[in-house]
Design a binder for this molecule. Structure first.
Ligand code: GLU
Ligand code: ZN
Length: 480
């Protein structure tokens, strides 16, 4: 127990239908944070009972994503646990046994309606402007249905929804209540013997001792059905926290179908896992303070479900960029040296140590290091669209600046950069050119483009010989 909080057992229960996007991982993060913040456990369960939507490799991708973000699970695939198996397709016998219990208790009944009959029924209901739902045709003829099942007519098992109202106190949304008359007699077992989500989720959440079901609010209409099942089984239901969706910049819900980006791709683009976690946490949760930058450990310390808002959150890529830059600046030199290995392939630790002070302030994503450091680690071919001399600098001033810089470096070396900078500023001043404009000449000469790492630091890094060569080459362009 932490600070008197009761340990929660939460779970993330993805269906393996593709890689995870920001919206789905954000739900996982809230469940993980709730468990960690309360000193409880986080369970990973793969909900793969919908064989048609199954996409190979998604399980591996899901686990890779969670591990990259540091959302480790205490029980689940790979790690095991005392409530397994954690993959629903390996639990079909459990669901069937529980389905039988529902039949025996009268909370579920078999239905042999053909797809044609169901389509015709729905069309009739639509024509009469009635809600489309199962008309309980089979409930009235159970003897006949039993006979048909003996003859191996395909049948589904349906939940018998009792009249009345279903209500619960949602941790995020407050009190929610439904008139049971609006709830369809849900299919629990399909004709292939596989459970639907509704049966499997209730049986598993109960058998896995889940105390808090944290999931997307698109499941709110299903919750009354689930509560009906808890009641039919005679089980105490868990608490429910339905979290609002994550919207894209277009204010539409992020979804696989609309091409929401696989979270792992952010890693390939150079976002840090800690920044992603930070940005995701702020999608719907606030600390109640001005603070925006949180490490995962700080989030665990601060998180509580009752600070999750009930309105949709909009994913703002600019905020993620800003947080990523801040997380990069928080890294120690050695951490960044380590992380940069991938982005500055072939460099030694020593080289990266020298580069870190030049790069760290200027990176938004890790990938920036590659382009920022390129002119320091190899040649500095000029950008195709570079204008030289740059705007606001006349040819004479550019020549004077390059000549002076060259002479300074050759005679005095690169040890007193401050003094050199001051003298060059004075020279530009005497030509009536602002330092900011004039130094563009040096940037282009040394880095091949008008901006990048601080140019005097860049010269110090590449050394006297290479600096002089680049200054001369730039000077030669002006004589043509
Ligand atoms: N398998 C469901 C999904 O992927 C889980 C919903 C739930 O958490 O209950 O959305
Ligand atoms: Zn039927």
């Amino acid at each position: 127990m932490i600070d008197g909080r009761t340990p929660m057992r939460t779970r993330f229960a993805p269906s393996p239908t593709g890689p995870l996007h920001f919206g789905s991982v954000r739900t996982a993060l809230f469940a993980w944070l709730a468990a960690r913040a309360s000193g409880g456990q986080f369970v990973l369960r793969i909900e793969d009972t919908d064989q048609e939507r199954y996409l190979e490799d998604s399980e591996a991708l899901i686990m890779e994503t969670l591990l990259w973000l540091g959302l480790t699970w205490d029980e689940g695939p790979e790690v095991g646990g005392s409530h397994g198996p954690y993959v629903q397709s390996q639990r079909t016998a459990i669901y069937r046994e529980h389905a039988e219990r529902l039949v025996t208790g009268g909370a579920a009944y078999w239905c042999t309606c053909s797809p044609e009959r169901l389509t015709e029924m729905r069309e009739r209901q639509r024509a009469a402007s009635e809600p489309t739902r199962y008309d309980r045709h089979c409930l009235a003829i159970q003897d006949e249905v039993r006979r048909q099942r003996d003859e191996l007519v395909p049948a589904v098992l349906r939940q018998r929804i009792e009249p009345g109202r279903t209500r619960w106190d949602d941790v995020v949304r407050g009190e929610i209540s439904f008139d049971n008359a609006d709830i369809d007699d849900q299919v629990l077992l399909k004709s292939d013997g596989f459970p639907t989500y509704h049966l499997a989720v209730v049986v598993d959440d109960h058998l896995m001792d889940i105390t808090d079901v944290i999931r997307s609010d698109e499941w709110i209409p299903s919750t009354p059905k689930h509560l009906g099942l808890y009641q039919a089984f005679g089980w105490a239901p868990p608490r429910f926290a339905h979290v609002p969706p994550v919207l894209g910049e277009d204010r539409l819900k992020l979804s696989k179908r609309r091409g929401a980006r696989n979270v792992l791709e952010y890693g390939e683009l150079g976002y840090l896992a800690a920044a992603i976690v930070n940005a995701m946490a702020l999608l719907g949760w606030s600390s109640g303070t001005e603070q925006e930058l949180f490490t995962p450990a700080e989030l665990v310390e601060r998180f509580s479900l009752d600070r999750v808002h009930d309105s949709a959150a909009v994913f703002d890529p600019k905020r993620l960029d800003s947080l990523n830059g801040q997380h990069i600046r928080r890294l120690s030199v050695e951490e960044l040296v380590e992380q940069l290995e991938f982005w500055l392939l072939g460099t030694s630790k020593e080289t990266r140590r020298r580069l870190v002070p030049l790069l760290q302030e200027r990176m938004v994503v890790m990938r920036d290091a590659t382009s920022l450091a390129a002119p320091l680690l190899g040649d500095a071919p000029w950008d195709d669209d570079v204008v030289f001399p740059p705007r606001k600098v006349d040819g004479d001033t550019a020549i004077a600046l390059l000549d002076t810089a060259c002479a300074e470096v050759e005679s005095g070396g690169l040890d007193d950069l401050t003094a050199m900078r001051e003298r060059l500023t004075a020279l530009l001043d005497s030509h009536g050119v602002k330092a900011r404009d004039g130094f563009r000449v040096l940037y282009i000469a040394i880095l091949g483009r008008a901006q990048g790492v601080p140019v005097f630091d860049a010269m110090a890094f590449i050394g006297v010989e290479v600096s002089v060569r680049r200054l001369r080459a730039a000077r030669a362009r002006l004589e043509l």
